[in-house]
Design a protein around this ligand. Structure first.
Ligand SMILES: [Zn+2]
Length: 303
């Protein structure tokens, strides 16, 4: 069975057609209308009509998008404001007359990596994006866990511990989610620059930091150690609750090999003595895990 995956971002919608072995047959991108809900639905309808023409069939659709999508399909999305409070799954099911599945894009990433990706062969796989934001999802035996509020996986909004705040005298930031002291402010991409500024007194971006790190600069190494301490504690907390066997990292910071390689040790520092960290690996499918995971959701509609 052929299936369509849509990865809806704040700027572009990627549509992809996959065969039932998840081989990519064709994909394309269009601009996302973010301010008008009817234009938003309309552009999705157009992409599916195009896909139907190519496949000469009416295939299932799986969709990933940023934001929280609860079990009733109601959306809360800062990146796509016109979708907030809408029931996209219901509206699209009516419009497209076929099974539709819709989930948060970082959960789609997790599903993709758990399905013949870097988490292949493990029964409890946590896929974690560390990019502009920090969120992910847990897959158990190849399925995303189903929850009513759909906030499970939002590890970036766990609070920074008092221990680490005092150890590094870290400033507390207000988070975009409305809470204060969320770890996302320190561990997502912009967090590196914040830590650099805090620890060295100079403003530099993550790219500069990484260049310095490669040259063995002591300040850059200190920033990495602080970063890993926070990320390690966060994933230790996640491990105490969910016990993934493997954590698959995606997003921009997953490309920094020092982070991936040193994270297990940083997690163990915050676990009980003598207990091992889950394995930590980088994603297999990288940026294409979004549409791929969405397509897997589409395939699972029939199960
Ligand atoms: Zn937050």
């Amino acid at each position: 069975m052929t299936v369509y995956g849509l990865d809806i971002g704040g700027t572009k919608i990627e549509t992809a057609i996959f065969d039932d072995n998840l081989n990519l047959l064709k994909s394309w991108r269009v601009k996302t209308p973010v301010n008008d809900y009817y234009s938003f639905l309309n552009i999705i309808e157009q992409q599916i009509a195009t896909a139907d023409k190519i496949t000469n069939a009416q295939c299932n659709v799986g969709i990933g998008m940023p934001g929280l999508i609860n079990a009733q399909g109601k959306v809360l999305s800062a990146n796509i404001p016109c979708a907030t409070n809408m029931h996209i799954t219901d509206d699209l099911t009516k419009l497209l007359k076929r099974p539709i599945a819709l989930k948060n894009d970082t959960r789609c990433f997790a599903l993709s990596e758990a399905t013949k990706g870097a988490g292949n062969g493990y029964s409890r796989v946590f896929g974690a994006i560390i990019g502009t934001g920090a969120a992910g999802g847990l897959c158990i035996n190849g399925k995303l866990e189903e929850t009513q509020l759909a906030i499970a996986g939002e590890y970036g909004h766990l609070p920074l511990s008092a221990t680490l705040q005092q150890k590094y005298q870290l400033p507390i930031f207000t988070c975009g989610c409305g809470l204060s002291g969320c770890v996302e402010s320190y561990i997502a991409g912009p967090g590196i620059a914040r830590l650099y500024q805090h620890l060295t007194g100079t403003a530099q971006d993550a790219k500069y930091w990484h260049k310095q790190l490669k040259q063995g600069n002591m300040q850059a190494i200190a920033v990495l150690e602080c970063y890993l301490d926070i990320l390690g504690e966060t994933f230790a907390a996640l491990t105490k609750l969910q016990e993934p066997e493997i954590i698959v990292l995606g997003g921009g910071l997953s490309l920094i090999t020092e982070i991936v390689a040193q994270l297990p040790q940083a997690i163990e520092a915050h676990l009980f003595a003598g207990f091992s960290s889950p394995q930590v690996v980088a994603a297999k499918f990288g940026d294409s895990s979004g549409v791929r995971g969405a397509a897997i959701l589409g395939l699972q509609c029939n199960e």
